[in-house]
Write a protein that binds this ligand. Structure first.
Ligand code: GDP
Ligand code: MG
Length: 601
């Protein structure tokens, strides 16, 4: 298709504002999915996506749409809709999807108004200089306030409120007008048709049958079937086995030219060989320069992942290897813990990513897992100037420390203005630094903070939700790092350090962490035949202490005079119980106690 007849767009929306439903309606109206094949959220392929109602992996789909002018002349256009993941953890993927488009539909729930994710993605779209089409969705809802929110969006985007489209993805009302508007308002792609081929990878997905399917947007030149292509970041070359468009099922074509969006299949088996943001070119006639904007996904949050049943370790290792084929951002390495045995230290983009990976491991590979409290990466500079990177609290160095640095995020919080006080108080306790505040309308406010990532990954979002009765929304972006007064708190059982319970916390919070953890363990660890002190310490200094008092637990005492087989049974039962115990020094701790104390949920 000639570039003049192409329109590449995406839909940006806060979660639940109806992006998938609207996409479904567009597939139906343009006739690419027949009525009977239609099922809700056609594009959300993974089970978890469908159940949680979120879109994790972006997908592209091509739809025909004809526009008829006043003289009755009809022009056939091809619309490429690129579905973006809406969540902050996937900001990098969102930004690559946006870079593949010329326009964005800014979709806002007419009963909710703009939320933090809408805003964050809108700013990304503006940075990419996309044409923005503001749209209010769910106008069929009785609670919809289209007039009020049209003002809000119009103010933000800088258009007349009259021009804000009002649609319902559910009933289909206004969707035809929206498709027309996309053709009119989104610019046609421009590129050099005769130059060396350059295409940007905005997604790559592992498929059991076809290997890695790479989604690209061609910027210059043309990619042809059966030619040899090269990845510009790694110089690796591959044969192009198939090239085509998704409509939404794959349809092979005789190539992709300027502005076209489609998929490539090369037979590679690992998404890391086909990296999002990389530039694909022709191996025989390579482009001199890659397209800009490539960066490696960087894990920001780490946590230990252990099988509850130690014999599942090989299954967990295989499962992680398989998941990695489809998730270039997932990193892990083996780790052992005195308390939990063999497992892995896993790096994630953020908390949602962590939850998704864990859920997929449990569901798709039938594993029972414990995941330890998440932490961020710390950079510790010693007094002798050597630098240690810490992704696990137990690696925190003991010697003379010069400075500890931690990642900082820029957070955007949107909420009704009555909650300003509560939000400021929360951010204060989380070591936040207020950067600015703006009213979006008379009763809704945007607060901008710098916050340590470590304070957000724990339970910030839950607390924010509960302090604002669920009305606040949050988006954040890692912007750098800062020096902070951080210490490692160790937990000792009878003088013996338990690695999995060590945590890196701000100096002012060390005491609270120590009291909380020692208290929790006192409740969870059963009494032993001797007294067990539980201590929290920073270095050699004990900051909190609890004691589990001794019991005399001679189970055989009850059996005096009883028959011998009953005694044996009791002894066997006790041995069975011991198996699920971990011994720390002389103390027997049930596995469940560790799980309960460490669990992040
Ligand atoms: P997404 O998270 O943005 O992809 O949102 P979904 O398309 O999954 O929709 C979220 C919820 O809103 C679902 O329960 C939908 O059925 C509902 N929904 C979506 N569009 C509409 C609409 O136009 N009207 C009404 N009443 N409900 C809608
Ligand atoms: Mg969705």
């Amino acid at each position: 298709t000639a570039p003049e007849l192409l329109r590449n767009f995406c839909i940006i929306a806060h979660i639940d504002h109806g992006k998938s439903t609207l996409a479904d309606r567009m597939l139906q109206l343009t006739g690419v999915v027949e009525q009977r094949a239609m099922r809700a959220q056609y594009l959300d392929r993974m089970d978890i996506e469908r159940e949680r109602g979120i879109t994790i992996k972006s997908q592209a789909v091509r739809m025909p749409w004809a526009l008829t002018d006043e003289d009755g002349v009809s022009t056939p256009y091809a619309l490429n809709m690129i579905d973006t993941p809406g969540h902050v953890d996937f900001t990098y993927e969102v930004s690559r999807s946006l870079a593949a488009c010329e326009g964005a539909v800014l979709l806002v729930d007419a009963a909710q108004g703009i939320e933090a994710q809408t805003l964050a993605n809108l700013y990304l779209a503006m940075e990419n200089e996309l044409a923005i089409i503001p749209v209010l969705n769910k106008i069929d809802l009785p609670a919809a306030q289209p007039e009020k929110y049209a003002e809000e969006i119009a103010g933000l985007v800088g258009v007349d409120p009259e021009t804000v489209l009002k649609v319902s993805g559910k009933t289909g009302e206004g969707v035809t007008e929206l498709l027309d508007r996309i053709v009119e308002a989104v610019p046609a792609p421009v590129g050099d048709p005769d130059g060396p081929a350059r295409a940007m990878i905005f997604d790559s997905v592992y498929d059991t049958y076809r290997g890695v399917v790479t989604y690209v947007r061609v910027v210059d030149g043309k990619l042809n079937p059966r030619e040899r292509i090269a990845m510009m970041s790694t110089k690796a070359t591959h044969d192009l086995l198939e090239i085509g468009v998704s409509s939404p099922e794959p349809v092979p074509t005789d190539g992709l030219g300027v502005g076209e969006v489609g998929y490539l299949i090369t037979g590679v088996k690992d998404v890391r060989q086909s990296k999002v943001g990389d530039t694909v070119t022709n191996a025989a006639k390579p482009a001199p320069e890659a397209l800009g904007g490539y960066s490696d996904p960087k894990p920001m949050v780490f946590s230990g992942l252990y099988p509850i049943d130690g014999s599942d370790y090989p299954v967990l290792r295989d499962a992680l290897d398989k998941l990695k084929l489809n998730d270039a951002a997932l990193v892990y390495e083996p780790e052992t813990s005195v308390a939990l045995g063999f497992g892995f230290r896993v790096g994630y983009l953020g908390l949602l990513h962590l939850e998704i990976v864990r859920e997929r491991l449990e569901r798709e590979f039938d594993l029972d897992l414990i995941s330890t409290a998440p932490n961020v990466i710390y950079e510790v500079t010693m007094e002798d100037k050597s630098v240690v990177t810490v992704t696990n609290p137990s690696e925190f160095p003991g010697g003379k420390i010069g400075e500890v640095r931690e990642p900082v995020v820029k957070a955007t919080i949107l909420a009704p203005s009555e909650f300003i006080g509560a939000i400021m108080e929360l951010c204060q306790t989380k070591r936040g630094d207020l950067q600015g505040m703006d009213y979006l309308s008379a009763d809704r406010v945007e607060l901008r903070y710098f916050l340590p990532l470590a304070e957000i990954v724990f339970d910030f979002f839950d607390q924010l939700k509960s302090k604002t009765r669920g009305y606040a929304s949050l988006d954040y972006d890692v912007i750098g790092e800062q020096a902070a007064d951080l210490v490692k708190v160790d937990i000792l059982l009878q003088g013996e350090q338990v690695d999995a319970f060590s945590a890196i916390v701000h100096k002012d919070k060390a005491y609270a962490y120590g009291v909380m953890m020692t208290g929790k363990l006192k409740e969870l660890i059963p009494r032993q035949q001797f007294e067990v002190p539980i201590q929290a310490a920073v270095g050699a200094r004990v900051i909190a202490r609890e004691t589990i008092r001794a019991i005399r637990k001679d189970v055989l005492a009850k059996c005096y005079g009883g028959d011998i087989s009953r005694k044996r049974k009791l002894l066997e039962k006790q041995k069975e119980g011991k198996k699920r115990m971990k011994t720390i020094g002389r103390v027997d701790v049930p596995q469940e106690a560790f799980i309960a104390a460490l669990s992040s949920d």
